[in-house]
Design a protein. Structure first.
Ligand SMILES: Nc1ncnc2c1ncn2[C@@H]1O[C@H](COP(=O)(O)OP(=O)(O)OP(=O)(O)O)[C@@H](O)[C@H]1O
Length: 463
């Protein structure tokens, strides 16, 4: 097929469709052609589905009208044609389907045959990252509950906990768990339609659908799934129309016992600008937190990731990295990748000295983060008490309040988990820390003095 074939097809579509329709759906398509194949690339699975439902027949007709239709293969993919091109010229693979794999950047491509019945049976739609599974998710105190709940959901989708809401700070494994659920459901029921998407993508698709008068298709698409996995729901804050649409999609899916999984970077009730009716519905199923991992879990994660990369990581090295990089798992992974790349590049083996050198700037940056020690000293000075009082068992008000204040600041300003903070305050339980945070929050709104203490300390510690 010559490239004029696609140009010809474009011209004909342009004459048939409205300007908005053409600009919204056809223009963004990228094309890669060979003599017998034409691969169309669209930015996301919703887009692919829409093209398949609305335009694929016409495109096929235009493209094949002057050719032997049996010879022509049209496929639809999520991704980018240029990256696909360069991947295939690097000799990764010659077939259209395989050569597009690198284009999707961990999102499974969604090839669609021009024979519709084949398309739906051969290629159930999903855009899961198959690298995220329960098998490679390291369990620790900080994520135990979330993992157990996610496993339950994967085993009984739509029944166990619906919705499942996982919340916690950045890079702690929320997305990993979400994909793990999707992948396990698919393993049991390969025909399931599972859609993963970031909440910003949901919004962007909705805006596109509004612009092109295709809201019905938008609604149908998201209401036809077996499981909807929607990431970082905090982005819905103050987006009224998106919340409205999501509300109806959500209700529809829950009514039909279709699974909904949501992640959020904080406890959803704390999101300002999120409608109450959504907040209350999110609480219908199960809400679980993921905390930053403790030291042992960080070591285990490093060992597991090194093992997956076939790297032998000495335990003392893993321990050193885990002790120094505490912020989140993504950073931990980043540090390990850097160590491995440096070792491969220089041909040196991974010893403690080598790692100290390879990570020196990362470690310096981490050391600048506010430490619990620092918070304890500052709070003790502010209230004119001793650090040892904060760590002691004393329960008089003059000690308890500063202790609660210091715990709250530690939770806010560091990436330490509740158990780690509890430990740092004389071996207290994580529930004590949680109680302290709630107490200070409550007191801040009741007492000007406490509010002032909190602001003063926050300022001192943050400058
Ligand atoms: N317990 C774990 N075991 C193995 N890998 C983990 C674990 N927790 C997180 N990771 C890895 O850390 C990286 C970041 O995780 P993920 O993207 O799931 O974080 P997130 O909580 O969704 O963050 P964000 O809020 O920024 O989207 C991923 O590569 C993930 O595989």
């Amino acid at each position: 097929m010559s490239s004029s074939m696609w140009r010809n097809c474009l011209q004909r579509l342009q004459s048939e469709l409205s300007v908005t329709e053409f600009n919204t759906w056809i223009k963004p398509l990228q094309v890669r052609e060979t003599d017998k194949e034409m691969a169309l690339f669209a930015p996301n699975p919703f887009f692919v589905d829409w093209i398949r439902q609305q335009y694929l027949d016409r495109i096929t007709e235009f493209v094949t009208s002057k050719e032997d239709s049996n010879q022509m293969h049209i496929s639809l993919h999520v991704g980018n044609a240029q990256i696909a091109e360069s991947a295939s010229t690097q000799g990764t693979n010659n077939t259209t389907q395989a050569s597009t794999k690198p284009t999707v950047n961990h999102i499974a491509s969604t090839p669609v045959n021009n024979n519709r019945s084949n398309a739906s049976s051969n290629f159930p739609q999903n855009n899961l990252n198959n690298k995220f599974t329960f098998n490679n998710f390291v369990e620790g105190k900080s994520n135990q509950l979330a993992r157990a709940a996610a496993e339950q959901v994967a085993e009984n989708p739509g029944i166990s906990y619906n919705p499942l809401l996982i919340y916690g700070g950045v890079g702690l494994g929320k997305t990993h768990l979400m994909h793990s659920v999707g992948n396990l459901i698919l393993k049991d029921k390969p025909d399931s339609k599972i859609v993963y998407l970031h909440s910003e993508r949901f919004m962007a698709n909705m805006v596109k659908a509004l612009q092109s008068n295709s809201m019905d298709a938008f609604k149908n698409y998201y209401r036809s799934v077996d499981a909807l996995l929607i990431d970082d729901i905090q982005f819905f804050a103050n987006k009224g129309r998106t919340q409205e649409e999501f509300f109806h999609t959500f209700n529809n899916l829950i009514e039909k016992n279709k699974q909904v999984i949501i992640t959020c970077d904080r406890y959803p009730k704390e999101i300002e600008g999120l409608e109450e009716r959504l907040k209350s519905r999110f609480g219908w199923g199960l809400t679980v937190a993921i905390e930053p991992p403790d030291l042992e879990t960080r070591v285990a994660i490093l060992m597991s990731k090194a093992n997956q990369s076939n790297i032998e990581l000495p335990h003392e090295v893993a321990f050193f990295i885990a002790k120094r990089i505490r912020s989140n798992v993504r950073e931990l992974e980043g540090a390990l990748k850097r160590v491995i790349a440096n070792a491969q590049f220089t041909g040196r083996s991974i010893t403690l000295d080598f790692v100290k050198d390879a990570l020196k700037d990362l470690i310096a940056a981490q050391d600048k983060l506010i430490s619990i020690d620092n918070i304890q000293k500052t709070v003790a000075t502010y209230y004119k008490i001793k650090v040892s009082d904060l760590l002691s068992k004393r329960r008089s008000r003059s000690i308890t309040r500063p202790r609660q204040m210091a715990m709250t600041l530690a939770k806010k300003l560091t990436n330490h988990s509740l158990p780690e903070i509890g430990d740092a305050f004389g071996g207290r339980d994580h529930t004590t820390v949680l109680h302290a945070c709630r107490k200070i929050d409550e007191l801040k709104s009741e007492s000007v003095d406490i509010e002032e203490d909190y602001s003063n300390l926050l300022r001192t510690l943050s400058t």
